[in-house]
Design a protein around this ligand. Structure first.
Ligand code: C5P
Length: 228
């Protein structure tokens, strides 16, 4: 929450739960399905929230980034672990920002031994959907002594970007959906810059111009606090 007193912005410290990075869905003991998420946007959000005086629990998939100083970091690997880590902590959170690029599918069976190349001419891997963490927060009962957290989702799209994003905002029931166009090489996955479009549940659409992820993160944290 932000309040202006004599032109000085006062920040009420809030409890943020932020997810970041990819997940890895094992195929066998040495192989996995994953994606190109570097975790940079989620870690930038965690740093920005801390810099603004908030408390941060950061649930992170496997990334090559140093933990932001001051964050309580929970390291996970699979989407199931991320789901459980979020649900174990959501009761404490006032704001949930689900920035992680969670795998949408995982292998139905994890082979206990390394799959050998000579075992078959070709091989099919059956995939099943992972549990959708963002969607699961939509239907959480309100906590006994408090309000449900404000939930912010991210959408990484390559085509029909805004159409898909509008559908996702409605389906997942979040207060704000932050949209990334990941078909562009200069923004999104692995880069230090991004360009975002914010879709609010109220119907408002607000672009955030091309900038460093750190700059966008600081702006985003301020905006999120105005809807909290
Ligand atoms: O449906 P899609 O994966 O594009 O939605 C992206 C948003 O949903 C992100 O906020 C991501 O963190 C979240 N998500 C999730 N659990 C999944 C898949 C996506 O929380 N299994």
């Amino acid at each position: 929450m932000l309040a202006a007193v004599c032109n000085v912005w006062l920040v009420t410290p809030m409890k943020f739960l932020i997810t970041a990075g990819p997940t890895r869905e094992p195929i066998d003991p040495v192989r996995y399905l994953s994606n190109r998420s570097s975790g940079k946007m989620g870690y930038a959000l965690a740093r920005a929230a801390l810099d603004a005086g908030h408390e941060v629990v950061l649930v992170s998939g496997p990334v090559c980034l140093a933990a932001p100083e001051g964050a309580a970091i929970v390291r996970v690997t699979t989407s199931d672990e991320m789901f459980d880590a979020v649900h174990a902590r959501v009761g404490e959170a006032e704001v949930c920002v689900l920035c992680a690029a969670v795998a949408d599918f995982r292998p139905a069976v994890v082979e206990p031994r390394k799959i050998k190349k000579g075992d078959a001419e070709s091989r099919r891997i059956e995939l099943v959907p992972t549990r959708d963490i963002l969607l699961s927060l939509r239907d959480l009962p309100p906590p006994k002594n408090g309000r449900k957290p404000v939930v912010v989702g991210f959408a990484a799209e390559t085509d029909d970007v805004m159409e898909n994003a509008h559908r996702k905002l409605r389906a997942k029931g979040c207060a704000l959906l932050v949209v990334n166009d990941v078909s562009r090489a200069d923004i999104g996955f692995e880069t230090d810059e991004n360009e975002l479009t914010l879709l609010f549940a109220s119907g408002e659409i607000r672009p955030l111009a091309f900038s460093k992820k750190d700059t966008l993160a600081a702006e985003l944290i301020k905006i999120i606090c105005t809807i909290s």
